[in-house]
Design a protein around this ligand. Sequence first.
Ligand code: NAP
Length: 478
Amino acid sequence: MICIPIIDTTTDRVIENMRKASLIADLLEIRVDHVTDPDLEKILSARTKPVIITIMPEYENGSFKGTEEERVSLLKQAVYLGADYVDVNLGCAELKNLIKNRGSAKIIVSYHNFEETPDDLDIIYNKIKSTGADIIKIATSANKLSDNLKILRLVKKRDQDMIGICMGQTGEISRILAPLYGSYLTFASLQKGRESAPGQIPAETLKNIYRINDLNPQCNIYGIIGNPVNKSKGYILHNCLFKLYSLNNIYLNFQVNDLEDFTGNFPDMLSGFSVTMPHKQNIMHYLDKTDPVAEKIGAVNTVVNRDGKLTGYNTDMTGAIKALLSKTEIKNRSVTILGAGGAAKAIASGIIEEGGKLTILNRTVEKADLLAQDLNCNSGPIAEFKKIRTDILINITSVGMHPDTSESPVDTSLVREMVVFDAIYNPAKTRLLKEAEKNNCIIISGMEMFINQSAEQFRLWTGIQPDTNLLRDIMQWN
Ligand code: NAP
């Protein structure tokens, strides 16, 4: 079940938000500790979905300003008025009494840890169980990705109703996977920017993109590893494709700060994954096999798990070259690449393979020189751009990417009557592309590369070659 917490300051505004949230949520949590004029009777009679009444004290990171007696009195009132669920923190002195006199309400006994995910979760679980709780809630903070596994394992082996969550950006996957493992519910925000806890995902996304109400524990798990990953749009594209092709698969964002923690704990449970910066090179140390193209480029952006053996591929190169070839020939054309990072390496190899005459320009010239040495082509600083002949200009720096969309990697008055490809896909049309278009250039958006490389990833994982027009439509709708 998807539960949306309602956090607002007045009873009337809570009721207004309850109406909106009831359209998508299975149940609502009313955070009464934020309400300055709490009228529980009014709130409970306005419900159209089951509600959890939660009144968190300040010592539990809540906002209730009254005394503990006043808080307990409100909790008792919630039980008396027939709330569907009442959340009582494990440390509440009146917990026993509230459980004994719970009437028709189910008591959720909750443990929160805002610092870490401790190792002794079993002890905490049993302590809560011994109180006679109807539902056990354990919410901890994920400092590393493997903290999610501690919670997921606990949820899987639970012997009574339980809610398990890891909070924080690193804990995001627990909010999606815990319900698949049997968590009683998962918390979601009403909309982006209205999260009641870090890492919460909008309910609309959980329902329509991740399909958590439809998937089952046997589903194949895919995802992207990177740091950061929250700017990636792969979760939209791959989850929509899984839905359209009726596959029991899910694609998640894995915020990986520590690659060893990921490789030591997760690959066995994944059927495949995308890799983004800064892990494209280092992931190669942990693979069983690397495809020759990825080996040559020296970077992997796609991993396939076949019977426990991990094989790395690079779909960035073919994705970019396909996008270019749809608009221009490359052979014998003067191609200037701006950038010498991971993606530049892949695209530069492709340009050489297609017979382009390549120059690599980069802010850090030494990196451009090193790459040019490997590929036997020219290099220099970005300022050289005005001096060199360019038929095809490719930007593979991050300059112009959201949120710095007013920036351009070169003086756009110099960009005239050439083919211009910008690898950035957020925004789909960068300032460089907009101004190049005005100057009679043929432009190619990074979205085309993203679509091509994602289609190839999808084929490697599922054996299905998706129609790229389908991918274009998905990216346009979302
Ligand atoms: P990366 O390895 O971190 O490389 C970043 C590149 O940008 C480096 O050459 C860096 O120069 C340069 N750069 C960063 N800030 C700069 C600035 N202020 N001025 C000038 N140059 C700057 O990243 P990557 O993986 O290669 O990605 C590069 C771009 O390609 C990103 O925008 C990414 O979104 C895009 N990309 C798109 C797709 C797609 O499917 N469309 C796929 C992969 C990547 P230094 O070497 O001097 O630091």
